[in-house]
Structures are given as structure tokens and as C-alpha cells.
Design a protein around this ligand. Structure first.
Ligand code: PAF
Length: 278
């Protein structure tokens, strides 16, 4: 496995090894990330992972400085998965000058996560477009855990005519249902025991939807109340359409229930797709 730091090295090593499948990450890799590597592997002659903690997508009060950085362990995991190239640029390689050109996502990028993390999707879209231009992959893999991010990236690829096929990896969960996330490491033991409640709450909304309940606003409000009752600070629970994350009508069947809530000082997100029976 090669570890490259510059765009020039990356391009030189990828040029003779296409098609390339690319998995962008911010490191601190867990089983969820490794599953994305396994998804990219069969599509590509060369499997590339990037590790770059992107300052542009963090708000001023967010955890950029403390975001877990575990480069050695990450590389060991990537090598075990048969990753061919790790692109781990320094910040000055990705942002050699102040980033004046920014990729502005459509208005859906200001809802849900975007409403609570202003500028987050602009930071994500900008770095993902830059990383795509650096690696020029034929395939790129993103996890459904960050459902809205996946949708924003898919929309960018479609609307900007990027010749890249986006593959979506299923969320990997602990045995108790908690979605794997780098930020789970922030949870104290008692919080870790409580954390699966977010998934359970979203699953309960899904069960009600399958049961035929159509009052989406009430289902959302009940879920927020249940989390608040259990001493969480919920940002939102939302029933949306899978395709574009817009609010569903009564005849829409391919839905996703998304939620974000803080437990102590740790903010967790999760989502569950649900297909309603006819
Ligand atoms: O999902 C992530 O880890 C990041 O948002 C990404 C896609 C690597 C961009 O920095």
C-alpha cells in the first residue's frame, strides 16, 4: 500500500491504474469505513482512500481541533482491506491559498444537518469536488450513515456532470443498534449505554409509518418529545423522501427517517430507510 501526500504523486501513481474507486474519509476509521472499502474493491483496478480532516466543513464552535486523528491505526486497517493507495495530504496541499471558490449546495443543504451546521454542506461539497478533481476516480463510495451528505454529493455529481458513479454503503451498527461513528469515542460509558435510543426512536417512527400513520409532523414531534424525555437534546427528527429529502406527501412510499440529537456534549446522527407497503 502506497501512502502519498501530494496531488502530483497521487496523479502519477493513479494514471496507469484505472479504473479507480475512491473512498474519501476524515480518518479515525471504523468498521463502517472498512465496509465502504470492500464495496469499492471489486469495481476498481486501484482502490484509493483519502484521509483528510477538512477544516472547511467544521463550524467555529465544532470539534476540528479535537477530531480524533489515528493515522497509524487507520493505515493498518486500510492495508488489511487491500487498499492500494492512501492519499493523506497536508492542509496546505488541499488549500494552498484561501479557498475563494466554494461549491454552494441547493437549498436542501440548508435544511436538517445544514440548519444546525451552517456552511457544513458547502464545506463538504467543496472538498469532495476538490478531492474528485485530484483523484479523478471512476467510482466513489459514501456511507448512508451521512444520508444527506450522500444526497448532496449525488446531486453535485449529477448537476455538475462529473463522470463518477457514486456507490452507497449501508450503515454499520453495533450489536445494540448504535450506528458506528468516529464521534462515538466521545461518549462516556453511561452515554454509550444510552446512545442506541436514537436508533430505537427512529425505528419506532418507521414502525408507525409501516402501520399506516400519515401524520408525519406528529410522528416527528412525538419522537423529539421521547428523546427530550430521556434527557437528550434533539435537533430534529424528520420523515423525508429518500430521493431528494423533500417532505413527503401521503402517496410517497420510499421514505427515510432522519434524526440528530445531542447526548451530553456529543451530537449523534442516524437514519433508517423505510419502504411503505402498497
Ligand atoms: O464523511 C466524511 O468523512 C467527510 O464529510 C468527507 C466526505 C470525507 C469530506 O470531508
Amino acid at each position: 500500500m502506497e501512502i502519498v501526500r501530494s496531488v502530483a504523486e497521487l496523479r502519477a501513481c493513479l494514471a496507469p491504474r484505472r479504473p479507480v474507486a475512491f473512498v474519501p474519509t476524515m480518518g479515525n476509521l471504523h468498521e463502517g469505513h472498512l465496509a465502504l472499502m470492500r464495496m469499492g474493491r471489486p469495481r476498481a483496478r486501484c482502490l484509493v482512500a483519502s484521509i483528510f480532516v477538512n477544516r472547511l466543513q467544521f463550524g467555529p464552535a465544532e470539534d476540528f481541533d479535537t477530531y480524533p486523528r489515528t493515522f497509524e491505526a487507520d493505515c493498518a486497517g486500510l492495508a488489511r482491506e487491500g487498499v492500494d493507495v492512501v492519499f493523506a495530504p497536508l492542509e496546505r496541499e488541499v488549500y494552498p491559498e484561501p479557498q475563494g471558490f466554494l461549491v454552494a449546495p441547493p437549498p436542501i443543504g440548508d435544511e436538517l444537518e445544514g440548519a444546525f451546521r451552517p456552511g457544513f454542506f458547502r464545506g463538504v461539497a467543496t472538498v469532495v469536488l476538490k478531492l474528485f478533481n485530484m483523484a479523478q476516480p471512476q467510482f466513489a463510495v459514501f456511507g448512508k450513515k451521512d444520508y444527506q451528505q450522500l444526497m448532496v454529493v449525488r446531486t453535485m455529481v449529477r448537476q455538475l456532470n462529473l463522470p463518477i458513479e457514486i456507490l452507497a454503503g449501508e450503515t454499520v451498527r453495533a450489536a445494540d443498534g448504535l450506528a458506528l461513528s468516529s464521534r462515538n469515542s466521545y461518549l462516556a460509558a453511561a452515554e454509550r449505554a444510552e446512545a442506541p435510543r436514537l436508533h430505537r426512536t427512529l425505528a419506532e417512527v418507521c414502525a408507525q409509518l409501516v402501520d399506516g400513520k400519515k401524520d408525519f409532523r406528529k410522528l416527528e414531534a412525538d419522537a423529539v418529545a421521547a428523546l427530550t424525555q430521556a434527557k437528550w437534546r434533539p435537533d430534529y427528527v424528520a420523515v423525508r423522501k429518500q430521493a431528494d429529502l423533500q417532505c413527503p406527501g401521503p402517496d410517497d412510499r420510499e421514505l427515510v427517517v432522519l434524526g440528530a440529537a445531542s447526548l451530553g456534549s456529543t451530537r449523534l446522527i442516524d437514519n433508517i430507510e423505510v419502504s411503505l407497503p402498497r
